[in-house]
Design a protein around this ligand. Structure first.
Ligand code: FAD
Length: 503
């Protein structure tokens, strides 16, 4: 046992970030070596949104030993095969960003290069026809991926939609069972150790004081410790991601839930549609200098496909990231560490990523700066990669029907994204670096989907016989469709194994 081991972790906040951290950090509690306490305030509440996820959450569930059917049932969840984007490239267009790859590479040449050559010579169906997840989504089907790598079903990728409140409750049950102590109360003050400058304790409104060695700040946008106490600073990305407001309102389900999220671009932002088992989550993300709050609310309410189930909820944010996610003995997770709008459902993943990296670089009471710096470096990369991929959707538009879209189409982008664009535009090349979350298939889906086609293919494509490649492409396309036609309907799949356990 390390004589300097962390003895007590205090998690500040019980939203999605707080309870994900609590449930995961219990892995450190072997022989009850670490005490974990989570403080949350019912009076303040949580942000109450965040209901669409991406496939790595499956690994997080596995790490926590969560049974997937129980998890889906407990959170009124549904399955998500990707995101349908409407009106992004131009008004009237739609495309699908699926989970999982497109087609199969051929003798080391990427599938999208072969598709690109074929599409230059003749009218081709959209590239999404070569994605198992996209074809299943189009037909409203779902099944878990099969183990046989020769079958198209093995390429299916999926994630979940769930009720954010129920997800936090589900994790809370897990965490409390594993010994996490929950404290209800409003934090009104915190104290620093005068020597180290580290946070020593927090004080609740009723006067209780809670000390800790390591503090996890999951207090939401305000960043109670990381910003309000330590003044860490925030890097503002709003010149690239100008949306700064959201309004959300659930409605009744008009029909059986689709196995995908829909994102519809509007004149000054976009609208999400997330089907759960018991309701539809809806919301609009918009730029307040282009659209008034009252207009955003009425546009959202008028567009709902079912009966509105709660008062519209308004949220304000600034795209960006905390300059150091880990400062002193405070690690920020969730909204307190930064925010990229939910266009690609990445925030919950960023929490997961932060937790996994924290476990890998877990400190002791000496707080080695090398561990902290490495964590901050890795988290910066993860955040910036997500930022670039989301900016891509705004930059790669041909829309010119509003000032908002004119701004986005013409704005300068970060150098990292500009370089990617250039490599794509010339010969359709894409490279995944370091910890990058979104791989080739994701970039290909958005670039083709929004009409950004490469000028040429890479030279290696010329070595592959054209007739043979086109024949293989057609066979592949048919195999995805045939496979999807044999899959159960999404609602049928849920009814069989994971019907909601709460109303
Ligand atoms: P919060 O939910 O705000 O929780 C903060 C916690 O801190 C609460 O428990 C609160 O009570 C506590 N707290 C704060 N101050 C005090 C105090 N003084 N004393 C005691 N307790 C305190 N993410 C996705 O992955 N997918 C999505 O589809 C998605 N959609 C989103 C849509 C919008 C419009 C927004 C704004 C975000 C979305 N997100 C999404 C992000 C997602 O909602 C958050 O990442 C996630 O909910 C985590 O929030 P949090 O736990 O960091 O903060």
């Amino acid at each position: 046992m390390n004589a300097h081991a962390i003895r007590k972790i205090v998690i500040v906040g019980g939203g999605t970030a707080g309870w994900m951290a609590a449930a995961a950090l219990t892995t450190l509690r072997a022989k009850n070596a670490v005490e974990i306490c989570l403080v949350e305030s019912d009076e303040i509440g949580t942000v109450g949104v965040g209901e669409a996820t991406i496939p790595p959450l499956i690994a997080f569930n596995n790490m926590l030993g969560i049974n997937e059917d129980e998890f889906v049932a407990a959170t009124n969840g549904t399955f998500k095969l990707g995101i349908e984007f409407v009106n992004w490239g131009a008004v009237g267009e739609r495309y699908f960003h699926p989970f999982g790859p497109h087609g199969q590479d051929f003798r080391g040449v990427h599938f999208h290069q072969l598709y690109s050559r074929a599409a230059r010579q003749r009218a081709m169906p959209d590239i999404q026809n070569w994605s198992m997840s996209a074809v299943a989504a189009e037909l409203g089907r779902f099944a878990r991926p099969g183990p046989d790598a020769r079958l198209p079903l093995s390429q299916l990728g999926y994630a979940f939609h769930f009720d954010a409140g129920l997800y936090a409750l589900f994790l809370r049950r897990l965490a409390e069972t594993d010994g996490v102590r929950r404290v209800e109360g409003k934090i009104v003050a915190s104290a620093l150790d005068p020597e180290s400058g580290h946070v020593r304790s927090i004080t609740l409104a009723d006067g209780r004081e809670i000390e800790g060695d390591l503090f996890i700040d999951c207090s939401g946008f305000r960043g109670l410790l990381i910003e309000e106490k330590l003044g860490t600073g925030y890097e503002d990305w709003s010149k690239w991601l100008p949306c700064d407001r959201a309004v959300a309102a659930p409605c009744s389900l008009p029909d059986e839930p689709d196995p995908f999220t829909r994102s519809t671009a509007l004149a000054a932002g976009w609208q999400w549609r997330i089907p759960l088992q018991h309701r539809m989550g809806n919301g609009m993300v918009y730029a307040s200098n282009h659209l008034a709050r009252v207009d955003a609310e009425s546009m959202l309410v008028e567009s709902l496909e079912g009966d509105i189930l709660a008062e519209p909820r308004h949220l304000t944010f600034t795209a960006g990231r905390r300059r150091r996610a880990w400062n002193g003995n405070v690690v920020s997770l969730g909204l307190s560490s930064g925010f990229v709008e939910p266009l690609e459902s990445t925030s919950i993943h960023l929490i997961q990523s932060g937790i996994v990296k924290l476990l890998a670089l877990f400190p002791d009471r000496r707080f080695d700066p090398a561990e902290r710096d490495e964590y901050n470096r890795q988290m910066q990369t993860v955040f910036e990669d997500v930022r670039d991929f989301v900016i891509l959707h705004y930059k790669a538009t041909r829309r010119d029907d509003s000032e908002f879209w004119n701004y986005c189409r013409n704005m300068d982008v970060p150098d990292s994204l500009a370089t990617k664009f250039e490599l794509w535009r010339t010969k359709g090349r894409l490279f995944r670096e370091g910890f990058e979350l979104f791989g080739t298939a994701s970039w290909v889906a958005v670039l083709f989907g929004q009409g950004v086609l490469p000028l040429e293919t890479e030279p290696a494509v010329d070595a592959i016989d054209e007739d043979m490649a086109n024949d293989a492409l057609e066979k592949m396309r048919l195999s995805y469709r045939q496979m999807a036609e044999h899959m159960p309907g999404h609602a049928e799949f849920i009814a069989r194994s994971c019907t909601a356990s709460s109303g």
